[in-house]
Design a protein around this ligand. Structure first.
Ligand SMILES: C[S@@+](CC[C@H](N)C(=O)[O-])C[C@H]1O[C@@H](n2cnc3c(N)ncnc32)[C@H](O)[C@@H]1O
Length: 285
């Protein structure tokens, strides 16, 4: 059951994608195509006490709990009551209503009890730091949440590392406009490249840096899902792109429609990557 405070007012970060049912569908489908790769890299051995920060619909949170097994424990932190409600609905429908504990709260001020700080084996966040104005504050909290020797795992986007070929007409200005929405909201669209440095600055010893391929091509069973995810992302940001004058309406419509049609090309290929970094909380001095 959700518990704990939610933060409102000054300093509140902006979640670009929102939480309407259509967006929740997009996020759920994204989990379907990415979770196996994330789980492989996170490498739970079993029995871990794990924190999943900004857990969204908690699909990966539940997958972590399945990996950790009956001796493990997983707590998900999520700010949005709508996401938590949908996470509970999905978990219950899949017979996993009590697999994880979900708490409503702010990533930079996590609702942990005094006796929980410094006790987690793993603190993990995926696609969260790109949505907060002060990612370092979040990573500091994650380092504080794990025990000495505990792992802090960050997965996030660097929106600069995308390639589509043959590039759909109008894609480049469309993607640039989408990236600019992050800046305007006060968030960092390139935070993925900073993950190791954030770990270091937050007091964790960096231990691993890699990325997870987030791409596909025509002929692969996952290709449509990847393209539809991208269409959903830019469409979801459409209102902001247009009202902030980041692209004119005609270019926006044409760019989105060319991207949607691109998934039918027999020669289309896309490369994108999710940055992945891991650090370890050092022993006390
Ligand atoms: C893109 S979703 C990713 C969800 C999940 N980590 C995943 O990979 O499927 C980002 C989530 O972070 C939540 N979020 C954004 N800002 C937050 C904050 N400051 N504190 C807690 N949660 C936040 C959003 O509500 C959203 O559910």
């Amino acid at each position: 059951m959700p518990s704990g405070p939610s933060q409102t007012g000054a300093g509140r970060s902006h979640y670009l994608h929102g939480t309407c049912p259509h967006e929740q569908q997009r996020l759920a489908k994204l989990n379907d195509i990415l979770n196996e790769a994330s789980l492989r890299e996170i490498e739970l051995k079993g029995g871990e006490k794990t924190l999943d920060v900004g857990c969204g619909l908690a699909q990966l949170t539940r997958a972590l709990a399945r990996k950790a097994g009956p001796k493990g424990r997983v707590v998900g932190i999520e700010r949005s009551p709508e996401q938590i409600a949908e996470a509970i609905r999905r978990a219950t429908a899949e017979g996993e209503g009590s697999l994880v504990e979900l708490r409503q709260g702010e990533a930079a001020a996590m609702p942990l009890r005094d006796d929980e700080w410094g006790t987690f084996d793993v603190a993990h966040a995926r696609f969260l730091l790109e949505h907060v104005p002060d990612p370092l504050a979040v990573v500091r909290g994650m380092v504080r949440a794990v025990r000495p020797g505990g792992r802090v795992i960050l997965e996030d986007d660097d929106h600069d590392v995308i390639r589509l070929w043959p590039e759909p007409p109008g894609f480049s200005p469309l993607w640039t406009a989408y990236i600019r929405v992050y800046d305007r909201l006060g968030n960092d669209p390139y935070v993925g490249r900073r993950l190791v440095s954030l770990l270091h600055e937050a007091g964790a010893a960096p231990a691993r840096n890699t990325w997870i391929f987030f791409g596909s091509c025509a002929g692969s069973s996952s290709f449509e899902a990847y393209v539809e995810n991208m269409v959903g992302l830019v469409q979801g940001a459409g209102e902001k792109i247009l009202s902030w004058g980041l692209l004119d309406a005609k270019d926006f419509e044409q760019g989105v429609s060319a991207l949607g049609a691109w998934k039918h090309r027999p020669d289309a290929a896309m490369w994108f990557a999710m940055c992945f970094a891991e650090g370890v909380r050092p022993p006390p001095k």
